[in-house]
Write a protein that binds this ligand. Structure first.
Ligand SMILES: [Zn+2]
Length: 393
């Protein structure tokens, strides 16, 4: 055995357990492993969770403003500021900023992340090039999924279709749509799904981020996911309309999403733009797989963001009054196994013998405490290796 973590509290186990790791794999989980390892750590009753998952972030744009350079303004004005900055993006500076964020994420225990990367007529494929380089550079401490994102549309800018396909050929993992960016939203959805089908990749959709029920595309996305066989392979981001319709309608739509196998990512940080959030409990109780994402982080749209998934959970618990044990535990699931399901990595994710030893030791005793305390991280293991000290800024 290369490493043994002694006396950690794992969800689902009544007593503290030992975890044996060799060749980067979880080999044993039992009370009191008799053998000794080359290296050992006493978790001393602290909580151990699988590495966190962030299911939606824009790493290509992240870290592009500071509190000093941020400009207040309407959403439109902030988008204009971002578009001005985007003109200066190149492979090197995208990679430099995204690498800085990847390190922040890993130090907060996020070991898997999906990022939508802008592909448009201003930035072209420079963002994708930069994030592909980031993925390579950071692979020892974080897995980055890259989804080529038609942020500025594909119907208004038909050349973008070819760029998205080129991004997939270069190594992007999936394709992402922005349903509210152009008037012909349904055609946008169709075009994105056609590219996903052609390249046999999963799909992300920013859906109803403006929370406008009169122009909702949620039901159309649900119908396309069903008819095109994209159940379990679609991540619907925001779905903010669910936060403004009646609770009966929210339940009806949530049940449809559950039936269609549409995953939903809620991004608590969008509250900074006064955008409503989809109701996590209605979705969860309806059977929808809900996860959390940082979305924009330290860019002109949102200059805030700690990269800490437990902070996202704590924010959502306050805003949506998730107060009892079941609700608080659901928040932990959102930043762990639910996120893994959305990223399509469920089969190799979690604290199960045979899985990669990707885990986080937290300075608290229970999963509920993880949301209440937002505790410090004691240690992080990626593929069986301690990474907290090796990530330098
Ligand atoms: Zn987004």
């Amino acid at each position: 055995m290369d490493f043994i973590i002694r006396k950690g509290r794992l969800p689902g186990y009544a007593e503290p357990m030992d975890i044996g790791i060799s060749d980067g794999i979880l080999r044993e989980i039992k009370k009191g492993i008799a053998k000794r390892a080359t290296d050992e750590l006493n978790a001393d009753g602290k909580l151990i969770l699988p590495g966190f998952v962030d299911s939606h972030v824009h790493m290509d744009k992240a870290m592009s403003v500071t509190p000093q350079s941020f400009r207040h303004g309407s959403i439109l004005e902030r988008v204009q500021h971002l578009n001005t900055l985007k003109k200066s993006f190149n492979k090197e500076n995208v990679c430099e900023r995204a690498t800085a964020l990847a390190k922040i994420f890993a130090r907060r225990g996020i070991l898997n992340v999906r990022t939508d990367v802008d592909v448009d007529l201003v930035v072209g494929l420079k963002g994708v090039e930069g994030i592909l380089e980031t993925k390579k550079r950071c692979k020892d401490f974080i897995n980055i999924q890259i989804f080529a994102f038609a942020q500025e549309g594909i119907i208004n800018h038909p050349e973008v279709a070819g760029l998205l396909e080129r991004a997939l050929e270069m190594g992007a993992d999936g394709v992402a749509g922005h349903t509210s960016i152009e008037a012909q939203g349904k055609k946008h959805v169709n075009a994105i799904i056609r590219i996903a089908e052609k390249h046999e990749v999963d799909v992300d959709f920013h859906v109803d981020e403006n929370a406008d029920p009169d122009n909702s595309l949620l039901e159309y996305v649900i119908s396309m996911v069903t008819s095109e066989g994209y159940s379990g392979r679609t991540n619907a981001i925001h779905c903010a309309t669910l936060g403004v319709v009646t609770s009966d309608d929210a339940i009806r739509l949530s049940e449809k999403m559950a039936e269609a196998g549409v995953n939903v990512t809620i991004c608590p940080g969008t509250k900074v733009l006064d955008l409503p959030l989809a109701p996590a409990q209605i979705l969860t109780k309806s059977g929808v797989n809900v996860s959390l994402g940082s979305d924009n982080i330290r860019d002109p749209i949102n200059p805030l963001g700690s990269g800490n998934p437990l902070v996202l959970g704590a924010m959502l618990s306050h805003w949506q009054k998730l107060l009892n044990e079941e609700e608080l535990l659901s928040l932990v699931s959102m930043v762990t196994e639910n996120g893994a399901r959305t990223l399509g990595i469920k089969d190799t994710y979690g604290l199960t013998v045979g899985n990669p030893a990707d885990l986080v030791i937290l300075d608290c005793g229970t999963p509920v405490d993880a949301v209440l305390d937002v505790p410090q991280i004691v240690e992080i293991f990626k593929n069986g290796k301690k990474i907290s000290e090796s990530i330098t800024f």
